[in-house]
Design a protein around this ligand. Structure first.
Ligand code: PLP
Length: 419
């Protein structure tokens, strides 16, 4: 299903021409397709139909309130990594009983807030964190429901910056230590063990590392059962990849079916924390061509979106397909698509074959629905882009473009500096 089709040479999001949205709200603008995110979520849901499960949308990839609400309406839980995300999720209407809290550096304050809100589960990432959580919970006369995030030491063969389940990474508890830490957890009065968790990386395009990780975790579950530590929730994290260029990741169906084969005869509630595979291909970034530069050996298209809007190309050297919003027959050229920011790393694409376009034309940066807006910054004092949600024939501004005043919010000049 294509939620970003061309009709009469014009690029649409569902049934709305992008041109129309850009005319109304300007550029740069993120546009999300409600149909696409629904379709992606339903694929997971269908694959998991026959078993006890909870899909917790990993909101760090796109945390707009309307996006959260869309997933909540579909029955989703939420995977959070900070107090701010919990606040946001609750504002969007999330049921705390469907919230899992991941993250390698939870503070006492964050733990207390999450305990007060009675979330489903803390995914604990170190022994020190476990002890801190026990202390905070006891002080509140609570028992913190816990899964321990195990680092299964599996190479997911993805970009090193998004590899999280290898020995050398900061995430989780080493496989060899996990058993002992569970023993410790069982002895703490403020802790209630309910699960086990692993998340090995992001943008995985092959199921085998997931299977390897799962097998290691299942061995641990068996060992724990023999110690009378019972595990109800098996949280397999997120990480399923999407197609940006030529990747061919397994479908959620295939990925889940492969995992289910390993889980036959077990009585576990499965938790998944997908982010990118739900949102990545449900959003685009629309930008306007400002200027072109043609040099002897290099051509540039200078656009009004920059690395502060979409940092993935600069940060991970990621590929995002770029499409002209208005398609017409014309010669192609090899260009770098760059933003206005004063950094050589400020590019959206390099050495890309694109049609020769005129200033004022619109371009769509595809697959930008995940880790796009949420990684945006104000670098170069640029206001953050507007966000729009399309549903069928209608579109809704779900975050206004920031104003110049927004950029200064909270800043002040102390008297001592006043001339
Ligand atoms: C980032 C993250 C996810 C989501 O990863 P995707 O690759 O976007 O699916 C899930 N779980 C944890 C713990 C994460 O840090």
């Amino acid at each position: 299903m294509n939620f970003f089709p061309y009709r009469n040479q014009e690029l649409y999001v569902e049934q709305v021409p992008i041109k129309k949205i850009a005319k109304e709200v300007g550029t740069p603008t993120y546009i999300y397709s409600h149909g696409a995110l629904t379709h992606h979520f339903e694929e997971y849901k269908k694959a998991l139909k026959k078993i006890d499960h909870l899909i917790c949308y990993s909101m760090k990839c796109n945390s707009n309130l309307s996006i959260l609400r869309s997933f909540l309406n579909l029955g989703s839980g939420i995977d959070i990594v900070s107090q701010g995300e919990l606040f946001r999720a609750l504002k969007a209407g999330a049921d705390p009983k469907k919230i899992v809290f991941s993250g390698v550096g939870k503070t006492d304050e964050e733990m207390a807030y999450a305990l007060k809100k009675k979330i489903l589960m803390f995914n604990v990432e170190s022994e020190q964190e476990l002890i801190a959580l026990d202390r905070v919970a006891r002080k509140m006369k609570r028992k913190a429901p816990v899964a321990i995030r195990v680092n299964p030491d599996i190479d997911p063969k993805t970009h090193p910056y998004i590899t999280t389940g290898m020995k050398k990474s900061k995430f989780g508890i080493q496989y060899e230590d996990a058993f002992r830490v569970y023993g410790k957890a069982a002895s703490l009065k403020g802790i209630k063990i309910i699960g086990i968790d692993c998340h090995i990386g992001s943008q995985l395009t092959d199921v085998s590392p997931f299977v390897d990780a799962l097998r290691r975790v299942l061995q641990l579950i068996d060992r724990l059962n023999r110690m009378d530590i019972s595990i109800q929730y098996l949280d397999l994290g997120g990480g399923l990849g999407i197609r940006y260029q030529k990747e061919s990741p397994p479908s959620p169906q295939k990925y889940i079916n492969t995992l289910l084969k390993e889980l036959k005869g077990r009585n576990l509630t499965l938790v998944f924390e997908p982010g990118r595979s739900l949102m990545g291909n449900a959003g685009i970034l629309v930008t306007q061509l400002l200027y072109t530069k043609n040099r002897d050996n290099k051509s540039f298209q200078i656009v009004d979106a920059a690395m502060n809007d979409l940092i993935r190309p600069a940060f991970y050297n990621s590929y995002h397909e770029i499409l002209p919003v208005h398609k017409k027959p014309r010669a192609k050229q090899t260009v770098d698509v760059v933003g206005p920011i004063c950094e050589t790393g400020d590019f959206l694409a390099t050495s890309r074959s694109l049609p020769r376009m005129e200033p004022g034309e619109l371009l769509a940066v595809m697959s930008a629905g995940a880790y796009g807006f949420t990684m945006a910054s104000h670098y170069n004092t640029r206001p953050k882009a507007c966000e729009v949600l399309v549903k069928g024939k209608h579109f809704y501004v779900i975050r206004e473009r920031e104003t110049l005043a927004d950029l200064l919010r909270g800043e002040s000049i102390p008297k001592a500096l006043k001339a």
